[in-house]
Design a protein around this ligand. Sequence first.
Ligand code: S3P
Length: 177
Amino acid sequence: MFDGEGCTSPERNIVLTGFMGAGKTEVGRILARSMRRQFADTDILAARAARMSISAIFERFGEERFRELELSVARELAMQRKLVIATGGGLPFNGKALDELKVFGFIVYLEWPYEALWERISKTSRMRPLVRQYGMNGLRELFAKREQRYRDAELVVSANGLTSKAIARVILHAFKS
Ligand code: S3P
């Protein structure tokens, strides 16, 4: 059914990964618009499936339930084509979620130094459950634990100092070449 890992089909999904605050959703929307592709966001789809916000899922049912929803969203998206997909920051660490998306996906890591991420995270009014749980220093440790796996992406974009539009352009160029 799939061409297998390493395929270069122009119909591949573009999968944006990275820590909270990396701008996956904003860059994903811009990219999808410019490529005339459909945009999917795993957080939005998980919240829609549960009919409540991500924070409410964490509060009422715990992180484990959120991860189950996230995994099933990833499985469904992995079967589709020509999507631009923004993933939640923890998706690459959720069982086989990233492996499934990788089969027919171009995996991109939006790389930022932690300090810049923290600045971006703390500026938003939306309080993410893990930000509440970990705080600035706990989150830094989580980032350090995660970074290596993020870097495993097919494309690593140094996002610091670039606008979302510029990041989208870099991704598009790399995807086409
Ligand atoms: C999470 C990141 C969030 C969301 C959930 C857990 C994580 O997504 O999936 O709160 O584990 O890093 P964003 O990266 O879009 O904030």
